[in-house]
Design a protein around this ligand. Sequence first.
Ligand SMILES: [Zn+2]
Ligand SMILES: [Zn+2]
Length: 286
Amino acid sequence: MKENNQLLQVDEVKITILMDNTIDAFMTGNEIVHRFNMSKAPLTTKDGFSTLIAEHGFSAIIQIKCGERQETILLDTGVSSNGILHNIDTLGINVNDIKAIVLSHGHIDHTMGLPSLIEKLDSSQVPIIFHPDAFLDRKLIMPGGYEVDVSAPKLNVLQQKKIDLVAKADPTLLVDNMVLVSGEIARTTDFETGFPVHYTKRDGRWENDPLVKDDQCVIINVRGKGLVVITGCCHSGLINTINYAQKLTNCQQVYAVLGGFHLTGGTFEKIIPITIDELKKSGQPI
Ligand SMILES: [Zn+2]
Ligand SMILES: [Zn+2]
């Protein structure tokens, strides 16, 4: 890992969604999007479980190719203790190919698969990159008044010799400068104001924390195409995230943006039109 932002242009990136909120087993693919091949595996296993499962949360394997080099990193780990491991097995992915783990932010639906994943890793030291706020206690106070604990697993559960916990708010280059982790994303638009029901515990006191400052994205620059930006929850806002990725890399061309956008529900649906307008203005494909 280096401290500067000299992100390399790579030849190819392949992103495998390990976990998402829903799954449609019969969706068809095309030359860019490849679906899980149902002819190679039944829809359910003998014990009745789905071959691939969905759950509230996100996780993606990112494979990057540059010349002879091919590296794999993992972004986020879903909400259940073994959901991503189930899908990793089904997809035939070797967890020990993972060279680094990035946490988009410290919410339960992106981090709870981490302890069981670490168990599966062999003894080589894998860095886990996250913002210093990510392991603070978090909760939501919903409009009905009830509270939901959305904290990540406790940090002491993760402290093992085979992983290297890297807490930083600045950008981080990974796998020989082929991947850039944004670090804390600058909030520059006036309509992306965060998650109003979100609270963080600092120094023993709960405080309203709509900005979720630990939110970060993964950026790859594909030669001849442009930036590929992968978000976890995108609490920073989609346009803030894209703007910041462009600023960090000095590259305006955006080829793809994917991941969680956090644009559902009454608070967020009203900013969908302006988000789409802003995307169109800059010619950025979704
Ligand atoms: Zn979140
Ligand atoms: Zn989320």
